[in-house]
Structure formats: structure tokens, C-alpha cells
Design a protein around this ligand. Structure first.
Ligand SMILES: Nc1nc2c(ncn2[C@@H]2O[C@H](COP(=O)(O)OP(=O)(O)OP(=O)(O)O)[C@@H](O)[C@H]2O)c(=O)[nH]1
Length: 437
């Protein structure tokens, strides 16, 4: 849609938009302003009409003609005031042609009536008609055709009134008509300029609004794109859980917090057992879905503050803030059970999945997650070696002693014996506790 009303191509001879929906929009936008302007113009005009009653009286005394004029003035002023009141309650009346034009018709008729009734001569009446003629253009927010029609009635009425009651010499008559014609032309041009100015401002405003809207939409789109990209950069596409990079960011934050507050932080490495066989027998699509289900099941037993990420392939990694090895073992057991508790139904295939989990605790003196992850990985490897579908942990130092004294399910004898059996195959350092279900 073209928006530059300043070049005039968009406007017709009335100074209105050729595009009628746009003109309607303009008029709707201007309604409150038009209504206010019309109300003020009507009140002022009513006052003026009544004020001229004083000059009627000074010229005519309390004659019958004065009474007729007074009745006319009161009628016109009353109709103006009533219309002003009506517009106050229903502003839409300001742009409805009928009420405004009826009031104008009444006022012009009243002014024409002064020609036969007032005794101060045609020239005074002529002056008041010139003032009324320009008022029609300037103060009544009407459309140009109605303004022209009102003025045509005024000039026609003047000619008839002069012919009937106050014949003028030809020169004076021509002079009067020229004067009225000039006033009409001047006012018409002024109104057209005013219309053009208002509409050009309105067009600029619309343009500005549409640019702002487009900008807002663009910003919104960019924000959404940014959010999508950020989400993609943090999320594993297949399983929907945190990806490896994001896991390390979050887990590193937790490690620093744990170090600062002196609270425990444990790590779990979770690996799906015999996953290669699932891919080989049922295909990668089934394997993909199985990974998604395993991730969802693991997530379902974790707290909101726990962090689970896809470490790579069929391996997941979990950081458990505020969890010592005992708590981590309980969580890992729940996790192992939730995976193997019921078979997976995927694309008509029933899979009995199990996971092996290696656990470690991040030591106070450690400045990165790597040693802890390595220990969890070694424990996981030990778990695989000892038959899979189990939870294995690598306690060290005081924690080992503590565990040995508090673990009722695993007697110290079993711990040592199992640890001894697993340790050489898994890694030479540290005792490991394979916790079979
Ligand atoms: N469908 C699918 N398979 C994957 C994905 N990532 C890794 N894998 C497969 O997972 C399998 C992992 O096999 P292995 O490392 O031998 O381990 P496994 O068969 O689970 O045996 P254990 O871990 O010793 O119990 C490989 O065949 C990989 O191709 C994946 O995103 N989707």
C-alpha cells in the first residue's frame, strides 16, 4: 500500500484518500478530534446567533419582525446546542452528514431571513453571509461536497432574497457574488490543504507503525531463533536431555559450589548393556528409540537439581549434588531398576534392557571433574567385567571406611572379596564395590 499522501496522488479532489478503507480508517482515527471540534464550533455559533439578537433589538425595537427574528435565533441556537449535546453522547454523529447538514440548513435559512426583516441594509447581511460561508468550510468537520452544497444553497438563497426584497444595482450584485465566490475558492483551497496535511501526517504515522510492527516481528523471530539455537546447542537431539558440553558446564558449576560449601558431589556413568546387539538385530531406529526411553526413565527417578547428560553413544553421565556415595548408590539402584523393571515395547519389538552404572565421588581437593569421571568410568568397566546390570562404586580414603561400617547390604567381607576380584581387571588403583541387585 502506497503511503505518501504528500504527493497528492493518493488524494482525490476532495482532499480525501482514494483508497476508501484507508479514508475510513483516517476518519475513525479523527472521530474524537472531529467531535470535539464540532461541539465547540456549535456552542460558539449558538452564542453568536443569540448575541446578534441584541443588534436586532437596537435596530428594530420590540416589533413583530424582531420577535420573528428572535424566534429564528432561539430555534437555530437551540438546534446547535442540542446537536452539541448529542455529539457529546454519540461522537459518531460528528461525521454523520444528516444532523450536521440539517443544522447548517437551518442556520443559513435563518441568516437569509434577516435580509427582508432587518432594516440595516443588504451589505450588513452580506457580511454575515460571507462569515457564515467561511465558517461552513472551516469549523464544520464535514466533507467538501457538503460544504459546497451548503454554500450553493447560501448563494442561491441570497440571490432569491435580493431579487424579492432588496434589489441591488447590477454592479453591486456582481461585486457581492464575486466576493462570495472568492471566499468560497479561498476556503475550499484552505480546506484541501488542511486535508492533505492531516492525511499526509496520518500516512506517515501508519508507515511508522507498520515499520515498528515489522521490526517487532523481526525481533520476535530472532529471539525465537536464538532460543532454538541455544536449546539446540545445549540439548542432545536424540534423547532431549542435556548434551555433553552443557553437562560439563553445569556439572562444573556444581563442583565449584560443592568445593565452596564443603558439600558432597557424586558422579554416575550409565552404560546400556549389549547395546550393539540391539542395533545389529533390530536396526538403528529401534536402537535410537531404546536410548530415548532409557534417558527418559533415568530422568524420571532423578531430582530436579540432578544433572543428566548424554556422554556419547549409549553412555549417560549424571552429577548428583549434595549426594555422598551412599545416597548415590541408592539413586543408581533406583535408576538401574527403573530401566530393567519392565521390558521396552518398540516398533513391535520387546527389549529387555539393563544398564551398568559406575559411581564415584568428587574429592575436595580435585580442581576438575576429570578424576571423578575417570573413577566412575573405571567402576563402570569393573561392573561390565563382573557381569553387567549392576551398580559399582569406587570409594576412597575415609569414605571407604565409612561405607564398610554402614553398608548393611554388603558385608565388609563381601566388599573386600569382590573388590579384590574386580580390581585387577578394572584398574589397579582404589578398591571397588560391585553392588549386584
Ligand atoms: N542406535 C544408536 N546406536 C548408537 C548410538 N550411539 C552409539 N551407538 C551404538 O552403540 C553400540 C555400543 O556398542 P559397544 O560399545 O560395543 O557396547 P555394547 O554393545 O553396549 O556392550 P557393553 O557396553 O559391553 O554391554 C555401537 O554399536 C554403536 O554404534 C546412537 O545414537 N544410536
Amino acid at each position: 500500500m502506497a503511503t505518501n499522501a504528500g504527493d497528492g496522488n493518493e488524494l482525490d479532489w476532495r482532499g480525501e484518500f482514494r483508497d476508501s478503507p484507508r479514508e475510513a480508517l483516517f476518519r475513525r482515527t479523527m472521530l474524537a478530534h472531529d467531535a470535539c471540534q464540532l461541539r465547540h464550533a456549535l456552542v460558539v455559533a449558538a452564542g453568536l446567533f443569540l448575541a446578534f439578537g441584541l443588534t436586532d433589538y437596537s435596530l428594530m425595537g420590540s416589533s413583530q419582525a424582531f420577535m420573528v427574528l428572535l424566534a429564528m435565533r432561539v430555534t437555530v441556537a437551540t438546534s446547535f446546542l442540542l446537536l452539541a449535546l448529542a455529539v457529546r453522547h454519540r461522537p459518531a454523529l460528528a461525521q454523520a452528514p444528516l444532523p450536521v447538514n440539517l443544522a447548517c440548513l437551518l442556520a443559513i435559512s435563518g441568516l437569509l431571513l434577516t435580509i427582508p426583516l432587518r432594516s440595516d441594509g443588504i451589505l450588513i447581511s452580506l457580511a454575515s453571509l460571507v462569515a457564515a460561508s467561511s465558517s461552513l468550510y472551516l469549523f464544520i468537520p464535514n466533507r467538501v461536497p457538503w460544504m459546497l452544497a451548503g454554500n450553493a444553497y447560501l448563494i442561491g438563497g441570497l440571490l432569491v432574497a435580493m431579487r424579492l426584497w432588496s434589489p441591488l444595482p447590477g454592479g453591486v450584485l456582481a461585486n457581492s457574488l464575486l466576493l462570495l465566490g472568492f471566499v468560497n475558492l479561498l476556503c475550499w483551497l484552505t480546506v484541501i490543504r488542511l486535508h492533505r496535511l492531516q492525511r499526509s501526517q496520518f500516512a506517515s504515522l501508519l508507515e511508522e507503525r507498520s515499520i515498528n510492527r515489522r521490526l517487532k516481528e523481526e525481533i520476535e523471530e530472532r529471539n525465537q531463533l536464538e532460543q532454538r539455537l541455544r536449546h539446540m546447542a545445549r540439548t542432545d537431539e536424540l534423547t532431549g536431555i542435556t548434551n555433553r558440553r552443557r553437562f560439563f558446564e553445569l556439572a562444573e558449576q556444581e563442583r565449584r559450589r560443592a568445593h565452596r560449601d564443603g558439600t558432597p558431589l557424586s558422579l554416575c556413568m550409565v552404560d546400556v548393556d549389549y547395546f550393539k546387539a540391539i542395533n545389529d538385530v533390530h536396526g538403528h531406529a529401534v536402537g535410537d528409540l531404546a536410548l530415548t526411553v532409557v534417558a527418559a526413565r533415568c530422568q524420571s527417578v532423578l531430582r530436579e537439581s540432578d544433572i543428566i547428560g548424554r556422554y556419547g553413544g549409549e553412555e549417560f553421565v549424571i552429577a548428583l549434588p549434595l549426594a555422598n556415595l551412599l545416597t548415590a548408590r541408592e539413586v543408581a539402584e533406583r535408576l538401574r531398576e527403573v530401566v530393567c523393571c519392565r521390558p521396552l515395547e518398540i516398533k513391535g519389538v520387546t527389549l529387555d534392557l539393563t544398564v551398568t552404572i559406575g559411581i564415584s565421588r568428587v574429592d575436595d581437593g580435585e580442581t576438575s571433574l576429570d578424576p571423578g569421571l575417570l573413577r566412575a568410568d573405571q567402576a563402570l568397566y569393573a561392573g561390565k567385567e563382573s557381569g553387567r546390570n549392576c551398580v559399582v562404586m569406587t570409594p576412597q580414603g575415609p569414605e571407604l571406611t565409612l561405607l564398610e561400617s554402614v553398608l548393611p547390604a554388603v558385608t565388609p567381607g563381601t566388599v573386600r572379596a569382590t573388590a579384590a576380584a574386580v580390581a585387577p581387571a578394572a584398574a589397579p588403583a582404589g578398591g571397588r564395590l560391585p553392588l549386584h541387585p
